[in-house]
Ligand binder design. Structure first.
Ligand code: DC
Length: 219
């Protein structure tokens, strides 16, 4: 039972999701978008009217999350929520629920169950530090807040959503500070992580760097 695992951790909008999908496709591995589980927990709580500071109630929701990932779509209790979980308000809620230890604990077993042959690419904040500390290849993907805000701005505008670059830079810094300073599973590179700064790299260059890191870790 030695399933190869590649963890990709890093701040919001560092491109982790895109890189994880592409690396997984190249290797034929499964993919875990752990941030989606925190977003689903927040969305479920908002819809059920559960207070985002009620730790016990949120942990119970997280443990029973009726969520499914199917062919690039995300479902919650029979409803397709692929777009809904990407809303800024849901991301904001996810950042709050993710700071609660009981919620993180409730999602742990579910995340580990994704480690299936022939391998897994897992992206998030604590994949290499907490969820899969024995992963073969660990990557910490970062980029300047300005570069990340500019990428998010472009995505929003392309989808026809209003977006203000200065607001996005400010929100990005605030979210980074909260994710890095929280007491449980704070955002930080694992000591054995390959740190990649993608500010001046394109997607293909980052994918190649991750695959190269994975080849090197297999010896
Ligand atoms: O990567 P994302 O933006 O979808 O993550 C949403 C929120 O969930 C973000 O504020 C950080 C949190 N998160 C976390 O605490 N641990 C993870 N492994 C993944 C996400």
């Amino acid at each position: 039972m030695n399933i190869p695992i590649i963890t990709i951790d890093g701040p919001s909008a560092s491109g982790k999701g895109t890189i994880a999908e592409k690396v997984a496709a190249r290797l034929g591995f499964h993919v875990l978008d752990s941030g989606a589980l925190y977003r689903l927990t927040a969305l479920h709580a908002l819809r059920q009217g559960v207070d985002l500071s009620d730790e016990a109630a949120l942990a119970a929701l997280a443990a029973e999350l009726p969520a499914e990932f199917r062919a690039g779509e995300v479902w919650l209790g029979g409803e397709q929520v692929t777009q809904a979980i990407r809303a800024e308000a849901v991301g904001e809620g996810a950042s709050r629920v993710a700071a609660l230890p009981a919620v993180r604990e409730a999602l742990l077993a579910r995340q580990r169950a994704y480690a299936q042959a022939p391998g897994l690419v897992a992206d998030g904040r604590d994949m290499g530090t907490v969820v899969f500390p024995a992963a073969q290849t660990k990557v910490f993907l970062t980029a300047s807040p300005e570069a990340r805000a500019a990428r998010r701005h472009k995505q929003l505008i392309e989808k026809g959503n209003p977006a203000n670059l200065a607001d996005l830079v400010r929100d990005m810094r605030a979210r980074d500070a909260r994710d890095a300073q929280r007491a449980v599973a704070p955002l930080k590179p694992a000591p054995d992580a390959l740190v990649l700064d993608s500010t001046a790299m394109n997607i293909d260059q980052v994918v190649e760097a991750v695959l190269e890191g994975h080849r090197a870790s297999r010896g």
